[in-house]
Design a protein around this ligand. Structure first.
Ligand code: THU
Length: 136
């Protein structure tokens, strides 16, 4: 599964976004070590707090299906249904990634329909509080 294919899955998931309050549509596609792809979109709520990001939707779908090991995730998003600039995962989603992913886990962020940047989890969440932190 190359980055372009994973981004295409994320773009398809973005179309499912339920975001009547912010107008930001976000999609994610997560590749597990088993080779399966789990997609997710952001799901907003009138009470605001229960809103779930696209990345966490993908992670929670995957983990609830028994997956525990992941290779990379593609993230796309923007205002009004299109990518309006580089879309980076929020801090809460980075923390969820740190629960299940190694520091070299790749995060592929679209900056337009055809362009993207690749980061590692170590770059986006240095010095993380992770399962290892509380295992001693
Ligand atoms: N959102 C995501 O889906 N992922 C992120 O990493 C950041 C934010 C969503 C949540 C909300 O529905 C909208 O984008 C605006 O914050």
């Amino acid at each position: 599964m190359n980055n372009r294919e994973l981004l295409d899955s994320a773009f398809a998931a973005m179309k499912k976004s339920y975001s009547p309050y912010s107008g930001y549509t976000v999609g994610a596609a997560l590749l597990s070590a088993s080779g399966r792809v789990y997609t997710g979109c952001n799901i907003e709520n009138a009470a605001f707090g229960p809103t779930n990001c696209a990345e966490r939707t993908a992670f929670f779908k995957a983990v609830s299906e028994g997956e525990r090991s992941f290779i990379k995730i593609a993230v796309v998003g923007g205002k009004g249904g299109s990518v309006t600039g580089l879309f980076m995962p929020c801090g809460v989603c980075r923390q969820v990634m740190a629960e299940f992913c190694l520091p070299d886990f790749q995060i592929i962020c679209a900056s337009s329909e055809n362009e993207y940047e690749v980061f590692t989890l170590a770059q986006l969440l240095p010095g993380s509080f992770s399962p290892e932190t509380i295992s001693e």
